[in-house]
Design a protein around this ligand. Sequence first.
Ligand code: SF4
Length: 254
Amino acid sequence: MSKDKEKTNIIGETEETLRTRVQSWGFSAFHGSQIFNWVYRKYSKSFEEMTDLPKNLREKLEKQFFIGYPRVIQTIEAKKKDAKKYSFLLEKNTAIESVVLSGDGERTSFCISSQAGCAVKCLYCATGRMGFIRNLTSGEIVGQVLTLMENHGKPSSVLFMGMGEPLFNFESVVSALRLLSGIGIGVRRLSSRHAGLQHGSTTSPGQTSIQGLRYPSAPQLRKRDGRSSPLQKATLCKILKMLLYSTEKILEKE
Ligand code: SF4
C-alpha cells in the first residue's frame, strides 16, 4: 500500500491502458506490455527492477503509480493443510480475507472477496453480521489473486465466494475478470456465488453468461412455492440493470 495519495495503484491497470499511458508519455506502446508482464506475471514489487524499460520511463512510473499489493496480516492453515486463510489489510484500514483450497492436492481454488463486509446479511454468515463497509476496487480484487498465485501458483479456479456479494460490485468484478483473463486465468476457471440465488455456479442449461459471471435463469430464481423472496426480487432487479448496462457498453463499442 502507498501513503502517497497522488499516485494510482498500477494493479488494476489493463495492458491496454498501460500501452496508451506510456504512449501518451512519448514511449513505445510495447513498453506498456512489458510493464503489464512485470506486474501481473512476475509479481514485481518495484519499478526499479523492471530493467528492460528505459530509466526515464521507470522514473515516470515511480512518480505516477505505486504497486499496491494487499498487506498480509495473518495466515491460518488447516490441520490437514488442505486450506489456508489469508487476512489482508487494504487502504483505509479495510480488512478482508481470501482462502486457498487444495482439497485433493491436484486442484487449487482461490476463494476471494469482492467487498469488505456485506449488506446482504445472510443469517449464517459472519461477514453478513459485520454489515457493509465498502466495495473493493478491481486492483484490490486482482491483488488478492496475485498474492495467492505468488505463493501457491496458478489456480485451477477462482471463486468469488469470500466476503461480499459480487453482483453488488459489478463494475469492479467485471474489470477484475478482464484482468484475470489477461493473465491466463480463463473465464471457465472463474465462478461466482450469489446470495439466495445460486451457490458455486457451474454451467448448466438456462444460465446466462456475461463476461465470465454466470447468472441463473428466471425459473431458477423462483422459490419452490412459485414466489420470489424480497432478496431474490432485489437481485433480479440488479441483474436486469446489469444486463442493460452490459448491452449499453456493447452498443457503445459498435
Ligand atoms: S452474500 Fe455471502 S458474504 Fe454476504 S452475508 Fe451472504 S454469505 Fe455472507
